[in-house]
Write a protein that binds this ligand. Structure first.
Ligand SMILES: *[C@@H]1O[C@H](CO)[C@@H](O)[C@H](O)[C@H]1NC(C)=O
Ligand SMILES: *[C@@H]1O[C@H](CO)[C@@H](O)[C@H](O)[C@H]1NC(C)=O
Length: 406
């Protein structure tokens, strides 16, 4: 039941041979029970013995005896004189002493130094790189170990060989945190390397955690290895900005695609400028303007930035809206010109109707005047008859045309 490891003991026998003091380094796993034997004590009462402990829980020496009460759930003296700690915690690290008188009346002292440990979960490489670029510093990944005590140490390996940080080609950034409640450690180590141009193309990285001498058995935990490809950088030569449709002019509401071509390895970051001012958008190599309005008009350019070669700007490209005036008739596919055409047709129709009405009114007025004259001076009845016939037929015609109207 007790995971009791003695990493060494020394015995000191004093000149008279009456007092025997043994000291032992003990390490115990957190959360497990621990039994410390009181050397020389009779297995059964009556016993003359006393336990004294000085740990992080105690302010000074805490004394426990077989007759006394147990110390809460922390520790108690068993009937055979041994001391039981039901669940060891970080707070129990310290010194435990027992003084007992054996059957022959000789006083025997036991002395233990207790250290505790916890084995963390298997370390892992989080946020691993997908590839590395030769000649520049690259983050390989972060090795993470959680829940250990004591913290332990992380180390990196390249193709099975230990990687020693030299601050140039290999550098490591370490961080140690402690859980506020459990007191267990989280440690992480971020590896940055600068692969040599012409070096290995597929290096394998791994990380290991050394637990130190306290934990018996397994002393080192290894991550799964990661294999990466190394790229030789291609310098950023020229940045081109391609506009689609060509010329960058569309009717209002049309779409424009601007593509920034900046061939380089690693791919550079692309930012956009409009009339010389940066556009507040995330870096991207394609800028799509879905519905071009007046506010989108201007000179666009893109800026490619790469780690090793700095920034380069493309030549500017103009985005504009095609005017829909008299010479914009051919752009009949959009709303504006279509409306213009409709207005034109309506205008012509309206003109025609007005003209017809005017002519109609003029004719009517003339007839009216003629009739009046006829009534006043009926000189010649033949003429009148003729006129009446004429009038009748005209009336008929008007009625017919009215009936056939809309
Ligand atoms: C016990 O541990 C202490 C401190 O870690 C060390 O100085 C001492 O040598 C150890 N004793 C034995 C017997 O291993
Ligand atoms: C005393 O009893 C405990 C629990 O039964 C046992 O683990 C321990 O070894 C005993 N001590 C001795 C000295 O026999």
């Amino acid at each position: 039941m007790a995971s009791l490891t003695s990493s060494g003991a020394w015995l000191l026998i004093l000149s008279l041979g009456e007092i025997v003091v043994g000291s032992q380094n003990i390490s115990s796993r957190i959360g497990e029970p621990l039994v410390l034997n009181c050397k020389g004590a009779p297995r059964k009462p009556p016993q003359q013995l006393e336990w004294k402990l000085n740990t992080r829980r105690t302010e000074a020496w805490k004394v426990l005896s077989p007759e006394g009460d147990p110390w809460e759930s922390v520790a108690r003296v068993l009937p055979n004189g041994s001391l039981l700690l039901p669940a060891v915690g970080i707070q129990d690290e310290g010194t435990f002493r027992c003084r007992a008188t054996n059957r022959h009346g000789k006083e025997i002292k036991s002395n233990y130094r207790l250290r505790v440990y916890q084995i963390p979960g298997k370390p892992e490489i989080v946020e691993p790189a997908s590839e590395l670029i030769a000649g520049i510093p690259n983050k390989v990944g972060t090795c993470l170990s959680e829940g250990g005590y004591p913290a332990g140490t992380l180390s990196w390996h390249l193709d099975g060989k230990s990687l020693v940080p030299d601050g140039k080609g290999v550098s490591v950034r370490e961080e140690t945190r402690r859980h506020p409640d459990t007191g267990l450690f989280t440690i992480q180590s971020e590896l940055t390397v600068t692969p040599v141009p012409g070096g290995p193309l597929n290096p394998t990285f791994s990380c290991s955690l050394s637990l130190g001498p306290r934990s018996s058995g397994q002393r080192t935990l290894h991550t799964a290895p990661i294999q990466l490809s190394v790229w030789e950088p291609e310098p950023l030569e020229e940045v081109r900005l391609v506009v689609e449709p060509e010329g960058g002019a569309v009717a209002p509401g049309g779409a424009i695609t601007l593509t920034c071509e900046a061939p380089a390895q690693p791919p550079p970051q692309i930012h956009w400028l409009k009339d010389g001012s940066p556009l507040a958008i995330a870096p991207r190599s394609v800028l799509f303007l879905p519905e071009v309005g007046v506010q989108d008009q201007g000179i666009y350019s893109c800026v490619a930035t790469d780690q090793s070669h700095g920034s380069r700007e493309s030549p500017g490209v103009s985005v504009s809206i095609i005017e829909t005036g008299e010479n914009g008739q051919e752009e009949g596919s959009v709303g504006g010109p279509r409306l213009g055409l409709l207005a034109l047709v309506l205008g012509v129709l309206g003109g025609l109707v007005t003209a017809v009405l005017l002519v109609g009114i003029l004719l009517w007025k003339r007839q009216h005047r003629l009739r009046k004259e006829e009534r006043k001076v009926p000189e010649c009845p033949e003429e009148e008859e003729e006129r009446a016939e004429l009038h009748q037929s005209e009336e008929q015609e008007t009625a017919e045309s009215n009936a056939g109207g809309p």
